[in-house]
Design a binder for this molecule. Structure first.
Ligand SMILES: Cc1cc2nc3c(=O)[nH]c(=O)nc-3n(C[C@H](O)[C@H](O)[C@H](O)COP(=O)(O)OP(=O)(O)OC[C@H]3O[C@@H](n4cnc5c(N)ncnc54)[C@H](O)[C@@H]3O)c2cc1C
Length: 512
């Protein structure tokens, strides 16, 4: 049975690997000339600018996500870095008891607990509750069910699953808690400000902050040395070894549908490819409203398109700098306020700078030098996409001027680098869109927002269309690589089920 997959991003590659393992003949059609989609890096003047991974769930042996990743790449060959401090953040107005404005988000929960209590003993109650909630989360492996089990084993697993009730209790307790509502419970002004600023000054469900923290402590959310593209290439290699085929530089123009059944693809130069099953692992908006011309939608999809149910995740303005200095003493990830507000060319106002110093990955820069990334998240992706489309010279000029401005701010912040910036590069939401097609330049699909249970996003299938599946970070608010992996796997399982095959992987076979 032949399956055509649109997109060699993480979800497309993963779906392809799992289907190949299960006896399907798959081909991927990718518009870019490299794999990975958003999971990418690029090179300039001897430096590597990483465009994606800061942490990836499943880097620890034993977790469900580690088991899944191990099915599609040799995790033993990936070296992960686990940072002691996730973020060093300088708040704007309040001082801590040590007379400075720096808040450190430790990744070790005991250390974080001690640190928070030391800063604000008067807030012991909310602090203890917060740490407790993370400790409870840690007891449970998420996602809890990942194997298709025979009836009795499934029953036993079901009984064991009752222990997840404790997790459910905390999940429901915190489902409406945000960093802002939590901050309101704090008497200590410095800590209150820190929690408000933790998600770049935005209000998000507290689980968006505590879930990753509970994983950092277990060393389950590391950074893969070599960066994002190298990570993606490992999965591409696995897919090819499994017999899959990738057609690079082959954008898909249309999905062919006959009598409500997806039959094939029309790609570059109007070449037609017939197939029994189509998976779109490309952007959902492009898939539904362009490749399928909006013919297979229900009210839910229309509401999603009109942004009535969920917000699109931020896009990013991503500035890479190559600095001829080691910068070993700099925090790897910091955020600090600016003396004057900074207006992004798209009008977004920033009063802080977010800086990543890749001083923990020697592959990112020549010896003795450092790759640095300054990023700005923006909801105005369309502004950049339209500017590049309608006025290319102005787009280039805006980039040039903004890069120069940020280089000056960086020089003020990092000592002794005045004459050491030897490479600069600026990617915008238009770059994200151009290379990956993500709607509005979204970096992670839908924004999780304040209420994680608010609305279901894009479904695996579309109403009225047979033999077609959606598989991407748009299937789950918050997106991310593990979601792309899991979605690809779930869709392969679904396709197996619908074709009366028992889904398997080498790991599941070895267990049987
Ligand atoms: C700056 C940044 C930081 C991030 N940090 C992290 C992190 O630390 N941890 C984490 O887990 N996640 C992170 N993410 C998110 C993560 O990268 C994405 O959620 C994930 O890669 C999405 O994978 P996907 O396969 O669903 O989609 P995509 O990566 O968008 O893949 C879609 C693929 O389809 C192709 N395509 C689109 N249209 C067509 C067409 N018409 N024809 C052919 N091909 C097409 C695209 O070229 C692309 O290759 C980050 C993302 C960004 C941008």
């Amino acid at each position: 049975m032949k399956v055509s997959i649109i997109g060699a991003g993480m979800s497309g590659l993963c779906a392809g690997c799992y289907l190949q393992m299960n006896g399907f003949e798959t081909e991927i059609f990718e518009k870019h000339f490299i794999p990975g989609g958003l999971c990418t890096s690029w090179h300039k003047n001897g430096y590597t600018i990483d465009g994606c991974i800061h942490w990836i769930l499943g880097s620890d042996e034993g977790s469900s996500f580690h088991k899944m990743w191990s099915e599609i790449l040799d995790m033993k060959k990936v070296e992960f870095v686990n940072h002691e401090v996730r973020l060093e953040m300088e708040v704007k107005t309040n001082f801590n008891k040590y007379g400075n404005k720096v808040f450190k988000l430790y990744t070790n929960l005991d250390q974080l607990h001690k640190y928070l209590l030391d800063l604000a003993p008067e807030d012991a109650k909310p602090i203890n509750e917060l740490i407790k909630s993370m400790r409870v989360m840690q007891k449970f492996d998420l996602p809890p069910v990942m194997d298709d089990l025979p009836f009795f084993e499934a029953m036993i697993r079901g009984i064991k699953m009752t222990k997840y009730l404790e997790f459910l209790y905390w999940f429901l307790k915190l489902k409406n808690e945000t960093n802002y509502t939590f901050a309101k419970k704090l008497k200590n002004k410095f800590l209150r400000e820190s929690f408000e600023l933790l998600y770049d000054g935005n209000e998000v469900n507290i689980l968006v902050i505590t879930m990753p923290l509970s994983c950092f402590d277990k060393k389950s959310a590391g950074y893969p040395v070599g960066g994002s593209l190298e990570f993606a290439k490992k999965i591409e290699q696995k897919y090819l070894e499994l017999g899959g085929k990738i057609h690079y530089k082959t954008p898909v123009k249309k999905i062919i549908v006959e009598d409500g059944v997806a039959k094939g693809l029309i790609v570059r130069n109007d070449v037609k490819h017939d197939s029994d099953i189509i998976i779109s692992a490309a952007d959902w908006h492009y898939t539904v409203f362009e490749a399928l011309e909006g013919k297979f939608v229900n009210q839910h999809m229309i509401d999603l398109k009109d942004l009535k149910k969920l917000e699109v995740f931020y896009s990013v303005v991503h500035l890479g700098f190559g600095i001829a200095a080691e910068l070993k003493d700099q925090p790897h990830f910091s955020r600090f306020p600016l003396n004057e507000v900074l207006e992004l060319p798209d009008g977004t106002i920033y009063d802080r700078l977010e800086v990543h110093v890749y001083n923990y990955d020697p592959t990112m820069a020549p010896k003795g030098k450092s790759a640095v990334v300054v990023s700005f998240y923006t909801k105005k992706g369309d502004w950049w996409i339209d500017l590049r489309k309608n006025d290319r010279p102005k787009y280039r000029e805006v980039k040039k001027q903004f890069t120069a401005k940020i280089a000056e701010l960086l020089k003020k912040r990092i000592p002794n680098i005045d004459d050491k910036i030897e490479m600069s590069d600026m990617a915008t939401p238009a770059t994200v869109y151009r290379y990956t097609n993500n709607w509005k330049g979204s970096t992670q699909g839908w924004l999780p927002g304040e209420n994680l249970l608010a609305a279901s996003p894009v479904n695996f299938t579309l109403p009225g269309l047979k033999n077609f599946y959606n598989s991407s970070h748009w299937n789950q608010p918050g997106g991310g690589l593990p979601i792309a992996l899991k979605t690809g796997r779930d869709i392969a399982k679904l396709i197996c089920k619908q074709n009366k095959k028992i889904f398997t992987t080498p790991r599941l076979k070895a267990k049987a």
